[in-house]
Design a protein around this ligand. Structure first.
Ligand code: NI
Ligand code: MN
Length: 217
């Protein structure tokens, strides 16, 4: 499957279904696409109610007919705009158009509802998107239950984990591969992904992408 970094925390996963996570494109200095260029999506997942994650999610759902998946409060707002939505909450698992979505906790804040991370299962692969979060010892449960093939982990510090915590999170979630996100979008979340790679060492394969770049998983 094709994994594309849209910039910031935005991810496009193209397998048997197309899944978009946290598409913050309009107003994002690191965005690799405009929302109008996302013409195909089955599921759009929003990890939490912050503008750099909710971003263009609703607009993309409207233009593609994608189902919006998020915590209950996000789903309610999506439905109010006429979007098909699947609300859920932390600890839950749903099937959204053939994509399995598990919602896990994130240590962060949100304007509505709680922040979350997700593990999606599609085409036999497990992919963890941590959303915005601090390091939590409970991440060990993600390792115990899922052992993701690939994880997206924020490294930009200030609002999320910085590099030392993010490297520890990689160890806790027992991911095989990791793509750092949520860094260098703005000067206040500057981080050196090479330093993260060094810190992770042999715990996982670190894949550093440029916004717009695609990795074949
Ligand atoms: Ni946030
Ligand atoms: Mn954020």
């Amino acid at each position: 499957m094709e994994i594309t970094w849209l910039g910031h925390s935005g991810i496009k996963i193209k397998g048997s279904k197309t899944v978009i996570i946290d598409p913050f494109l309009t107003g994002c200095p690191a965005a690799s696409a405009s929302p109008e260029e996302i013409t195909e999506a089955d599921v759009v997942i929003v990890t939490h109610y912050h503008s750099d994650h909710l971003g263009d999610a609703f607009a993309i759902c409207k233009q593609t007919g994608a189902t919006c998946v998020g915590i209950h409060e996000i789903a309610v707002d999506a439905e109010a705009e006429g979007i098909t939505a699947e609300g859920m909450n932390i600890g839950g698992t749903i099937d959204a158009r053939g994509v399995r979505v598990h919602m896990v906790q994130a240590l962060h804040s949100a304007e509505k509802g709680n922040p979350a991370g997700v593990i999606i299962e599609m085409d036999g692969k497990k992919i963890y998107h941590a959303g915005d979060t601090g390091l939590t010892y409970d991440m060990k449960l993600i390792g115990e239950f899922f052992k993701p093939d690939l994880s997206f982990i924020p490294i930009g510090d200030r609002y999320t984990m910085g590099i030392p915590s993010a490297a520890k999170a990689v160890e806790f979630v027992q991911t095989k591969k990791v793509i750092p996100i949520h860094y260098n979008t703005f000067p206040i979340v500057s981080a050196d992904p090479e330093e993260f790679k060094k810190k992770v060492g042999d715990k996982a394969e670190v894949i550093i992408l440029k916004p717009g770049e695609t990795y074949n998983l």
